[in-house]
Design a binder for this molecule. Sequence first.
Ligand code: ATP
Ligand code: MG
Length: 407
Amino acid sequence: MASVGSLTRQFSALEVSQKQNGAGPTHQKKPSQNNVSKLLTKFAAPNPFPTSSSAPSTAIPKSTSTSSLQSKSKQTSRPASPAKPAAQQTIDIGRYDGGFELDNESRGEKVYGQAAEDLALDSSVSRIRPTREWHLTDFDIGRPLGKGKFGRVYMVRTKCEPHYILALKCLYKSEIVQSRVEKQIRREIEIQQNLRHPHVLRLYGYFHDDKRIFLMLEFAGKGELYKQLVKLGCFTEKRSSRYIDQMADALHYLHSKHVIHRDIKPENLLLGINGELKIGDFGWSVHAPGNRRTTLCGTLDYLPPEMVEGRDHSEKVDYWALGVLTYEFICGAPPFEDKSGHNATYKRIAKVDLKIPSKVSPEARDLIIKLLQYEPEKRIPLTDVRRHPWIVKYRSKSSSGSGQTAP
Ligand code: ATP
Ligand code: MG
């Protein structure tokens, strides 16, 4: 179902990226890709990991490292705008197509009653982690990054110092209500705003107006991992191994916070400007301290036997999904996909009908088998995944330093 070749979503995604490529001015000399990466690494809103767990007082806390960056760049800034670090002005956020306003005229309605209360989402009054108040006018809006089910996503820069680069995602309240996902969206936002990890997309803040909710998300400079997978068909074992290492790191963190993701798949993963993986969608995740959940959710191909069979499930569902992901990265399609229909896929999952192609290395095969165990308790723990020979073999010194250190 989620096989690389079978989803039409890729076409709309490709269309967007082609339009974006053509939108920028061609006569200006742009910084090299390398320089852009460096600048974005500096000025994308900072990922505070591994700072202390105390609540920041603003959506985008000014860390010490940022202040030192500012003072450094002030020395090199032009006299006309001494307060603005020059480096940030060189990051091209692209041309805005007016999409927020266009959409707002033709799309969505005000919502009332309980739905309006449920969707009055504003990080400045959030009880858990209050932040400064934000409005759409606080941002310079740049190029479109994509369209989601409930609205558009744009690359933006905060007008206030130090002009952070973010992705601003808009959701139409009435469309959320129509799809009856008010509670799910609320939960997604509540969970994501409390997470801080280099491989988990950061939600810095959110605000709303009569018709819309806006999410201030960490900008994932290299876009969707899914698009890369579609383009290449599959990944090399080296690349797959590095992604799986980062995934295991992120999932271990989520589980330590009692968050079960439940919808791990390539479509929900984004890439940072240095190609690092970011889990970006928490629509199906649950905060389940000590709980066993029985709701059937997630994408068919990534469902574990216990969910297919309607049994209770735990965070071990994410271990299974990691096994499916490993297989799909290397082989280009999920392991239990069956073109003859959902029932056939369900049966293959329940039987763990796993056929690993001969091109897969013995080490990768070993890890896939250890993750795709019928019994949740028999699946290899995430800390052992990060110690597995197939992971250790390809881990570079720099990659192990980006997240929590490998055990
Ligand atoms: P859904 O509404 O079900 O989440 P979706 O994941 O396709 O659907 P969005 O999350 O709204 O939609 O994102 C739309 C597109 O915008 C994505 O496919 C991605 O290409 C781009 N995008 C979203 N968030 C970011 C981000 N933080 N950084 C860079 N690009 C992003
Ligand atoms: Mg999404």
